[in-house]
Design a protein around this ligand. Structure first.
Ligand SMILES: [Zn+2]
Length: 150
């Protein structure tokens, strides 16, 4: 099986060390939506080693710091979809780091809780929005510079 996180598109890869990678989400729910993934192909949380769990959390922190510097979001939603029933589409664990901006949706209350409601998320429904949420080349370069290793 071809796994997009084992062989990431080089354009999406903005950080990599021996344990984790930070990738730009292809269908950004907001501008600057990043994914933190283990380098090793791990499908289930319980298959992660302790050092990988810690590296994933540190990667989330790195991603947030970089985004704060470059895009100045007003908040973040952090989430992991574990299992098909929870909406996991790529069977390689990935932590979503979704920067949030003042007034980026009408009803932000509930945050990640919205994941369990059977309604279209206004942030995820439209392809135009995904395209509109893409970062500029300049923003991506700034992030890479901050992370300093790709
Ligand atoms: Zn993989």
């Amino acid at each position: 099986m071809k796994c997009p996180f084992c062989r990431p598109d080089m354009k999406a890869l903005i950080y990599e060390d021996s344990l984790i990678r930070i990738l730009i989400d292809s269908y950004p729910a907001s501008r600057g939506h990043l994914l933190v993934v283990p380098v090793r192909h791990v499908e289930k949380w319980e298959e992660l080693r302790e050092d990988e769990k810690l590296a994933l959390l540190k990667g989330v922190e790195t991603a947030m710091k970089g985004l704060e510097e470059v895009l100045k979001p007003a908040g973040f939603n952090i989430g992991i979809n574990l299992g098909k029933a929870a909406g996991q589409t790529v069977p390689h664990i990935h932590v979503h780091v979704i920067p949030r901006y003042e007034n980026d949706c009408s009803f932000p209350r509930g945050g990640v809780r919205k994941a369990v409601l059977d309604i279209e998320d206004e942030n995820l429904s439209l392809k135009e929005r995904w395209i509109g949420n893409r970062m500029s080349e300049e923003e991506i370069e700034k992030l890479k510079e901050l992370f300093g290793n790709v």
